[in-house]
Design a protein around this ligand. Structure first.
Ligand code: CDP
Ligand code: MG
Length: 137
């Protein structure tokens, strides 16, 4: 069993496809161990994406992530990290496989609907950013 952090970004919440996205996780054997809706400030978004602080897209990305509410979830299941990344599709929707969330719904490389942790280490720190152990069931 593995846990990973999933985010439905402001574009996904605005498109009203929260249920559609969660349904794809569930159909692929992932379980929602924790879930809530939050609204990140610009400063919160900068802290969450601190690993990207030197990248040219950091300022624009953190503006985007703080423009509206997001859904944060802990997904649980066998190989949850890679399974979630497979369901999401490639970062740039132009490169994402048909049937993935990003291919089906994303506008461009920035506004790409979902976030998913990329390793066990980042999953641990990203889950702890949003949830206490008591909230993960
Ligand atoms: O989200 P993912 O792990 O697939 O990609 P990342 O390389 O960790 O980048 C984090 C986020 O930054 C992406 O999901 C995009 O929203 C954004 N990004 C961007 O705006 N322009 C890029 N060239 C690459 C990423
Ligand atoms: Mg990433």
């Amino acid at each position: 069993m593995q846990r990973t952090l999933s985010i439905i970004k402001p574009d996904g919440v605005k498109k009203n496809i929260i249920g559609e996205i969660i349904s794809r996780f569930e159909k692929n054997g992932l379980r929602i161990a924790a879930i809530k809706k939050v609204f990140l400030s610009k400063e919160d978004a900068k802290r969450f994406y601190i690993v990207h602080k030197e990248r040219p897209f950091y300022d624009s990305l953190t503006d985007f992530m703080s423009e509206g509410p997001i859904i944060v979830m802990v997904l649980e299941g066998e190989d949850a990290i890679i399974k979630n990344r497979d369901i999401m599709g490639a970062t740039n929707p132009a490169n994402a496989l048909p049937g993935t969330i990003r291919r089906d719904f994303a506008q461009d490389v920035e506004r790409n609907i979902v976030h998913g942790s990329d390793s066990p280490e980042t999953a641990k720190t990203e889950i702890a950013f949003f949830f206490s152990e008591l909230e993960i069931l």
